[in-house]
Ligand binder design. Structure first.
Ligand SMILES: [Zn+2]
Length: 264
């Protein structure tokens, strides 16, 4: 008569949606904190992530724009020099690295983070294929967007003269940017939303957020479309980040390289 074990008390994880034991401080399925910040508790995880990324971009621009303004006044110029351009790129990469650390705050340790947000598909050939296809897609997409922007006269005018090694610096910075943004928007936000709302809703929401945090209204439709594409690449590659990261990094790098090549 007393053989019934007491039902284990469980609560729904705010991240992955699984029922996890109440006694733990972290979800046993995805490793996310069961006691998130007050903001995520009230607004839910996607809004929490949005505020987080907004805050980081704000800090980045608060550092960057006054520096550029001071530089322009001191140098009595309205054009960015190579040094300033490269400094901007490096600062952007640095501030986006902070974004990954902010995601880390939501999880109990790096193992839990990498168990839930997966980088590579299993198997070496699948991993190589992911990175190769992602890279090719990024370059092609960048070429198409450069072409459309030229036709619509929306193109970013690059007046900066860069020496060939600068491209390496830009690529390294864009790799960090791709890594950070894919971690947040696809690995964290889209994955968490997909588990509760289904793929299409999650794709639309995370792409919209991705577009909005890029602040510049003129490029928002392009960024939104890019978000949709990256989100589909992420889903197609079994929710691993190697392909969208390679895509994003090369897309950004060639957004700098193509206009320079065209200006010759
Ligand atoms: Zn969970």
């Amino acid at each position: 008569m007393s053989g019934e074990p007491p039902a284990e008390k469980r609560v729904r994880c705010r991240n992955c949606g699984n029922m996890t034991p109440m006694y733990g401080k972290f979800c046993i399925y995805c490793g996310m904190k069961m006691l998130p910040t007050r903001i995520t508790q009230i607004l839910g995880i996607s809004v929490g992530a949005l505020l987080m990324s907004m805050g980081i971009l704000l800090i980045a621009s608060m550092i960057m724009f006054p520096m550029i303004a001071v530089y322009m006044i001191l140098m009595r110029t309205t054009e960015l020099s190579r040094e300033v351009f490269l400094t901007m790129v490096a600062l952007m990469a640095g501030s986006e690295l902070v974004m990954i650390l902010a995601i880390f705050f939501y999880f109990d340790n790096w193992r839990a983070l990498l168990t839930w947000i997966k980088m590579l598909p299993s198997g070496r050939s699948a991993a190589v294929r992911s990175i190769a296809l992602g890279s090719i897609g990024g370059v092609l997409c960048s070429a198409v967007v450069t072409f459309i922007a030229r036709c619509l006269h929306l193109g970013i005018e690059v007046e900066v003269q860069l020496v060939p090694t600068d491209i390496l610096v830009i690529f390294a910075a864009m790799l960090i940017v791709g890594l950070s943004e894919e971690f947040l928007f696809r690995g964290f936000m889209q994955q968490a939303l997909t588990l509760r709302l289904g793929f299409w809703k999650a794709l639309l929401i995370s792409s919209a957020v991705f577009a909005v945090v890029h602040v510049d209204v003129r490029i928002m439709p392009i960024i939104f479309a890019l978000g949709i594409l990256l989100g589909m690449v992420y889903e197609k590659s079994g929710r691993t980040l190697a392909a969208p990261m390679a895509f994003h990094a090369l897309y950004n790098t060639f957004q700098v390289i193509f206009p320079i090549l065209l200006s010759f």
